[in-house]
Write a protein that binds this ligand. Sequence first.
Ligand code: EPU
Length: 319
Amino acid sequence: MADIAIAQLSEWKGVRGKIAFSEPMSTYTSLKVGGPADLYFAPVDAEDLAEILTLCQKRGIEWLPFGGGCNLLVTGKGIRGAVIHLKHLILSGASGGVLDALRQWELFPGEEIRLRLSAALALPRLLNLALERGWGGVEFLAGIPGTVGGAVAMNAGTRLGEFGDVVESVEILAVEGRFIHLPAEDLFFSYRHCELPAGSAVISAEISLYAHPDPREMRAKTAEYMQYRRESQPLSKPNCGSVFKNPPGYKAGALIEECGLKGQRIGDAQISDLHGNFIVNLGEAKSEDVLALIELAKGVVCRELKIELEEEVRIVGEK
Ligand code: EPU
């Protein structure tokens, strides 16, 4: 596959963003594991992305949109086809608002606080922006890594709220290369899930926030919540966020703890001894080690507690 692409390298000349072959995905995932993608593209804007998709379609190359890589587990064999990394995507098209210097967010004039965000905008940056300006509505993002695109696709959230609560609409690039504007109602946001058309990539999202009546209190509460997360989750080690969804009525971390699995290690992958629903990379962990730990936790919890755990982390790549 990569050979075909290299042979046709001249075709990719029009692409402005980074192109690479056999690119190790461990570089781009927060867990720091994952085999190579045959092709890797990091388009700079929607036009560049459209160009790449047209070429992929012409060559029959499958593609996978890739955001912050924070809730993703790439298998050791890696990804056949192309990974389209949206981390450099800037907003394109004049929408009449005020764009920030990096063209990653745009504020529309008016009484309501309405923003258009690039899919590449980092969630911590969005949170900081809101805290600085006294805009309420995204405090739940405290401590969540990743990007706006990923937050839409996974309906990222905590028990304080989720991204679908603030989204008004999204712009996506559908698999056939068409840009489509979808209102939030069409996305059917639910727990860590939304109904994006298969194979599509989120390009931008419009969100609504509100003027918080007490920004100082908002900042203090958010700082407190960040502290709670730092103390209860192993955020200083490479991880992929919550590994499992919380089964209805239960907490996955507590179930794993009850089964005595905290601290279990396979290779350099370990079920965190701080939080049972996190797997951390102690150094040289391989995807296979992480996958084996996932299977171990599912098996033990099912056998001992008769409860099925379902992955929240998205597993991608050749099995
Ligand atoms: N608990 C244990 N043992 C553990 C871990 C947790 O007993 O090892 C119990 C504790 O009693 C704790 C309770 O479970 O009070 C809940 O734990 P926590 O507050 O950490 O929340 P969570 O349900 O495990 C969810 C999200 C996290 C988010 C936190 C905090 C899911 C699957 N996860 O975790 O989201 O950070 O709430 O709001 O909904 C993510 O999605 O990637 C993520 C990190």
